[in-house]
Design a protein around this ligand. Structure first.
Ligand code: GLN
Length: 504
């Protein structure tokens, strides 16, 4: 891990792996933290120092953070302490320690996107999501590890080494936002930002036992996000509770003129939605999400969650999403095609790595990309370029777009009958490090329950819903219509209350 200083210098800190102590720890709620700081029971500076101490202790083992921004974090904390000292109201995330996935630009910090090709790149600006956190008083601790260019489901594709799951350090945290999920699970941040193109927030949230939200496409600005697949990429929060996730989304959501795909719809009060009971809500259970390949323990946990919703007065309806089986090929055509276009900009000219062995312009392009990109990224560029090439475009890319439309329409029809859909987030709990890394197809197929919502542009989230016999967390996925975030927060809060043993 590199420790960043404001002057741009970096110092490598190597600590011995620490295995004892409270690795898995639930962060305090945003509400509790803000109250403590506002009432002067604690200073934001002391809170931030406490987080850096935990990071120093546990990060060598987890590898969740790639870089820290201690100086700017302490400045932000001091500003919050000054407000609290004057008795002024605190902004919505005043003093809340936050981490940011390394695919988002954050002033004063590197942005590697988990890739060698961007080593040393320091964006001179904030992504809109980061700027909004900053404005809301958050204390930005640093940048979080992820699969290279957010391509993967295990965090094993990071050029900076895998992240370990704090629940079981021999297992993956999920991906691609593995660092973001692991950081919340291990209380190395109260809240983190991730991105989800085909499941990269929901699946790691499921594997690490935290809440992860996929906002509707257009709900949160993508400005300052290093693009993977622009029609699918979304920015969203990870948190330890549904309420905290809802509060952060209130800060992140809203129109941004810097992102042409950003929506102008007014932003609902998601935090209030989490306080409403679920009585009378119509919940769809899609049969196609409970078939072959679903681990029986995951199924049992999700069914317990569904039973809890029924007990709280939801109307549970079986529904069909018949085209679900086509979602994986459609996703891996659209996502790779867009990736091959987006990643063309990394050629050694403007950003990041430039090969030292190049002898002319074309060898500079070729060698910079050869040396800078990892195997999975190269595989995707090849697949995507092939799908877009003349003669194949109609058969692959155009066809995929047509099926994508059908998948979206199928969801729209379902949301004519139900308020939300409940399903597993992933077919299994967290797998072992190395278990799937040699088999890209097996890794792709495991995205079956998450890529559908990505293709349809609808919102979704993963909320913890029990565990397997081995103690591995299981995530329950809640899907909602476009801009239906309030409904999915409401359902998730119902599941969470049941898991916490609170009577609804
Ligand atoms: N696992 C999927 C992929 O590898 C999703 C990644 C993501 O959502 N960024 O493409």
């Amino acid at each position: 891990m590199r420790e960043e200083h404001e002057d741009g210098s970096a110092k490598l800190t190597i600590n011995p792996p620490e295995t004892s102590g409270q690795l898995l720890e639930k962060p305090r709620s945003i509400r509790a933290l803000r109250t403590a700081i506002r009432e002067g029971n604690e200073s934001a500076t002391a809170v931030a120092e406490g987080y850096f101490a935990r990071i120093e202790r546990y990060n060598p083992l987890l590898n969740a953070y790639l870089s820290l921004t201690r100086d700017q974090a302490l400045e932000q904390a001091a500003a919050i302490d000054a407000l609290a000292g004057k008795g002024d109201p605190l902004p919505p995330l005043g003093g809340v320690p936050v981490g940011v996935k390394d695919v988002l630009a954050m002033r004063g910090a590197p942005a590697t996107a988990g890739s060698r090709i961007l080593e040393g790149y320091r964006p001179p600006y904030d992504a809109t999501a980061v700027a909004r956190l900053r404005k809301a008083g958050a204390v930005l601790l640093g940048k979080l590890n992820c699969d290279e260019f957010a391509m993967g489901s295990s965090n094993e594709n990071s050029a900076y080494g895998p992240v370990r799951n704090p629940v079981d350090t021999e297992r993956v945290p999920g991906g691609s936002s593995g660092g973001s999920a692991a950081a919340v699970a291990a209380n190395l941040a109260v809240v983190t930002l991730g991105t989800d193109t085909g499941g990269s927030i929901r699946q790691p949230a499921s594997f690490c036992g935290v809440v992860g939200v996929l906002p509707t496409y257009g709900r949160v600005s993508r400005y300052g996000l290093i693009a993977f697949a622009s029609s699918l990429d979304r920015v969203g929060p990870f948190a330890a509770s549904v309420e905290d996730a809802a509060q952060v989304l209130c800060v992140l959501a809203g129109h941004d003129s810097l992102d042409a795909t950003s929506a102008t719809q007014p932003v609902d009060d998601y935090a209030t939605a989490t306080e409403r009971d679920v009585k009378g809500m119509r919940i769809g259970i899609p049969e196609e999400y409970f078939g072959e390949g679903l681990d029986p323990e995951v199924r049992a946990a999700v069914e317990t969650g569904i039973d809890a919703l029924r007990a709280q007065g939801c109307e549970i309806r079986r529904i069909h999403l018949k085209h679900t089986q086509y979602a994986i090929p459609v996703y891996y055509l659209v996502a790779t095609a867009e990736a091959s276009a987006n990643l063309a900009r990394f050629d050694g000219v403007r950003f990041g790595h430039r090969s030292k062995s190049a002898t002319n312009l074309s060898s500079m392009y070729r060698l910079s990309r050869e040396e800078g990109f990892g195997a999975e990224v190269k595989r995707r560029i090849l697949l995507g370029t092939y799908a877009l090439s003349a003669g194949y475009y109609d058969a692959y890319y155009r066809k995929a777009q047509q099926v994508r439309r059908i998948l979206a329409e199928e969801f729209m029809a379902a949301f004519g009958e139900v308020d939300a859909i409940v399903a597993p987030t992933a077919p299994t709990a967290a797998f072992r490090l190395g278990e799937k890394s040699e088999d890209p197809l097996a890794m792709y197929l495991a995205d079956i329950y998450t890529v559908t919502a990505s293709l349809a542009g609808i919102c979704g989230l993963s909320v913890p819903c029990g565990a397997t016999a081995a103690g591995l967390p299981v995530g329950l996925q809640v899907l909602g219509p476009h801009f239906g975030e309030s409904a999915i927060f409401r359902v998730a809060a119902g599941v969470e209350r049941a898991m916490n043993g609170v009577d609804a």
